[in-house]
Design a binder for this molecule. Structure first.
Ligand SMILES: [Zn+2]
Length: 87
């Protein structure tokens, strides 16, 4: 196993430009709740947070997830064009 870069442990992950908008995305195999693998394009440039606690007064705390990515379906500026084309 290669030694990972401390600042960006996922620097070796292969980024490919989105065919629609050109943003660099990382295609991953993720597992749904039913353990079925699905291919998901991740945008690694957006911060991802995980909820860590909810206080009695409803105050919610969270921590940033290092190495987390957001599905590019949510961040692609052109994905709306694709949906319209599918109709
Ligand atoms: Zn895109």
């Amino acid at each position: 196993m290669k030694q990972h870069n401390r600042l960006d442990p996922w620097a070796d992950a292969q980024r490919r430009p989105c065919k629609l908008c050109g943003r660099p995305i990382v295609w991953v195999t993720a597992f749904n709740a039913d353990s079925k693998p699905v291919r998901v394009p991740l945008d690694m440039t957006k911060p991802v947070y995980r909820l860590t606690d909810v206080g009695n007064d409803g105050t919610v705390t969270a921590e940033r997830v290092e190495g987390g990515g957001v599905t590019h379906f949510a961040t692609c500026a052109k994905v709306g064009d694709l949906k319209r084309k599918d109709k």
